[in-house]
Design a protein around this ligand. Structure first.
Ligand code: 2HA
Ligand code: ZN
Length: 274
């Protein structure tokens, strides 16, 4: 099967296009990665070549020998549907999870996303925690969430609670809440470690003054998660633009009733009295 005809590749392209249409991927902003299933690798194996091994910049032993479809460093989401082979690549990891090699794509040269350490460390955490179910890591420059990182305290409890209050579906869609990473230099191991630590608890990690990481089982769930949390942030920005306080809102007791009704667990640390 041609790489472009594989369902996981089509799903990846659609997600990149959807993110671009949302306005989250100016220039080369954002990046996306998918941990490819064994049978999917098999289905396209005839098209894979062996590039040179290169250092990942971190160590992910639990992902040894896995294959990933990832956006390229400096590449534009906008171009993914138009010129896939120049915008993305498939990489293979070595048996120690220390090096990667490009086996498909990036036909004009280049490397995987500058956030590869964050993507792979998040994949490693999620693979282990979900017995392999989670396969997608997505980083987007979500406008309204970024705006909120200038006005809300950079605390998991506060971001989660404020975002939950903005739409009744939110605590059902992200019942574990969201984590917040303070401003750090992007692209390296340190921010990757901070993010993957949060991914042990949450499916969402906000990077202050930068963007958001989302993790999920498939493209629909992961895009939907990013879309939901960013929409909630948009409502909060609108609300704060009208007045600094809320006349009425969803109260802790309401969240507890919602948790019962929808059979989700909402940690009490987010249901503090204000
Ligand atoms: O340019 O989003 O965080 C890609 C990025 C880096
Ligand atoms: Zn970014």
């Amino acid at each position: 099967m041609k790489v472009m005809e594989a369902e996981f590749v089509k799903g990846f392209i659609r997600m990149a296009a959807d993110g671009w249409e949302q306005g989250w991927h100016e220039r080369n902003g954002g990046n996306l990665s998918y941990r490819i299933k064994d049978e999917e690798v098999e289905s396209i194996k005839e098209h894979l070549k062996e590039g040179e091994w290169r250092d990942i910049g971190t160590v992910v032993p639990k992902l040894a020998k896995e294959y990933f479809l990832v956006t390229g460093s400096g590449k534009y989401f906008r171009n993914v549907p138009l010129n896939l082979e120049n915008s993305v690549c498939i990489i293979e990891l070595d048996e120690k999870g220390e090096n990667y090699r490009i086996v498909w794509g990036m036909v004009n040269g280049g490397t995987p996303t500058s956030e590869l350490p964050s993507h792979l460390m998040n994949h490693e955490v999620k693979k282990e925690l979900t017995e392999g179910r989670y396969r997608v890591i997505y980083h987007a420059h979500t406008t309204n969430i970024i705006a909120l990182t200038f006005v809300l305290p950079l605390k998991d409890e506060i971001f989660t609670r404020e975002l939950w209050e903005m739409a009744t579906e939110c605590p059902v869609v992200f019942p574990d809440g969201v984590g917040v990473v303070p401003w750090m230099i992007p692209g390296g191991r340190e921010i990757a470690e901070a993010t993957s630590r949060l991914m042990k608890t949450y499916d969402l990690a906000i990077w202050a003054h930068h963007g958001t990481f989302a993790a999920g089982e498939d493209f629909d769930l992961t895009f939907g998660l990013m879309h939901t949390v960013e929409k909630s942030a948009e409502i909060l920005v609108k609300m704060l633009s009208m007045r600094p306080d809320k006349r009425q809102t969803i109260e802790p007791e309401d969240f507890r009733k919602l948790a019962d009704g929808f059979q989700v667990k909402l940690p009490e640390k987010f249901l503090y009295e204000k």
